[in-house]
Design a protein around this ligand. Structure first.
Ligand code: GLU
Length: 309
């Protein structure tokens, strides 16, 4: 395999003519203002070497990538009991779909579609006020990234609170099935703040490293989850991390990954590296268009697909 930094440069060069492709998420007004002509990528190997290209140090709205971190927290709080509140199956429908929820009596398909993530946030709150739950989440992500400078973009959180009608609908619907225990506006207050976490590719790659390294961060020595739990979170990311584009992502890239409508993707090469990529233009199902292309090129050039090279 060629040198990793050379591989990143080659991907960057190949992607250059396509920079700006895709459509920036505009259902959250603040996200609509993001310049689509940006691209960054960071690869952090389990032995602590970091390789970056493009805008890898620019902070962006991680949106649904945060669902990996709240899932980790929720499993830490109630363990396998979480699976009474949310399923573990791919959804095959849009990230904010409500149809399936009615068929399945208020139990969302998986923790990575919006409904599932909102139920997970309800678990994370564990009787606390929104402010405390947001504080706990921010501390956790800073601990994972080993970086105290990670923040929440309040403007984005406010923008989504003002326009998140569908998420209110999903949460109220689940509440009617008693699958939300806290007041709906409190749960969504926390959910919108977690989605508004602002991180660079470098920070995100650090925060995801425990998933590539059997549950512990080899750089800090922090033990986050057991190897078994890390394996299972990776399994969920592979099956459900890209909404109804998860099959395509597994087919083309072959790595566990989680996308967000801010244009970021966190991918995990188990035992090898944590990878973060960001490009704001999205494809039809709401995943970063060039981010997916870049990861496909990376997997092809490194042979890192979990299905073999
Ligand atoms: N905050 C976004 C929402 O709830 C997250 C969606 C995403 O990143 O996929 O609509």
């Amino acid at each position: 395999m060629a040198d990793l930094q050379d591989i990143l440069y080659s991907i960057y060069r190949e992607i250059q003519p396509r920079i700006g492709e895709g459509k920036v998420a505009d259902y959250i007004p603040e996200l609509a203002k993001v310049d689509p002509r940006q691209f960054g990528m960071a690869v952090l190997t389990v032995d602590g070497k970091i390789y970056c290209v493009g805008d890898a140090d620019v902070a962006f709205s991680i949106q649904s990538i945060s669902k990996v971190f709240t899932l980790t927290l929720a499993l830490g709080k109630i363990g396998e009991g979480l699976w009474k509140r949310v399923g573990r199956e791919p959804s095959g429908s849009a990230f904010n779909s409500i149809v399936q929820l009615e068929h399945e009596a208020g139990i969302p398909r998986n923790p990575f579609i919006n409904a599932g993530a909102i139920a997970v946030t309800d678990v994370v709150m564990a009787g606390h006020e929104p402010r405390e739950a947001i504080g706990e989440l921010l501390r956790f992500v800073r601990y994972l990234a080993d970086d105290e400078s990670v923040t929440i973009d309040q403007t984005i959180a406010r923008s989504e609170t003002a326009t998140g009608f569908r998420n209110f609908a999903l949460a109220n619907f689940m509440k009617s099935y008693r699958n939300i225990q806290h007041p709906v506006d409190h749960v969504l207050g926390v959910y919108f703040h977690q989605c508004a976490l602002s991180m660079s590719c470098e920070q995100l790659a650090h925060a995801g490293l425990f998933l590539a390294a059997r549950g512990s961060n080899p750089l800090t020595g922090h033990s986050v989850v057991s190897p078994k739990r890390a394996r299972r979170i990776n399994a969920l990311m592979l099956m459900c991390g890209h909404y109804d584009g998860s099959g395509d992502f597994a087919y083309n890239v072959g790595l566990p990954g989680k996308s967000g409508v801010g244009g970021g993707i966190l991918a995990v090469a188990p035992g090898i590296a944590s990878i973060a990529v960001w490009s704001p233009g999205l494809n039809k199902v709401g995943n970063s268009l060039l981010g997916s292309v870049a990861l496909e090129l990376l997997a092809a050039r490194t042979g890192w697909s979990i299905f073999g090279d």
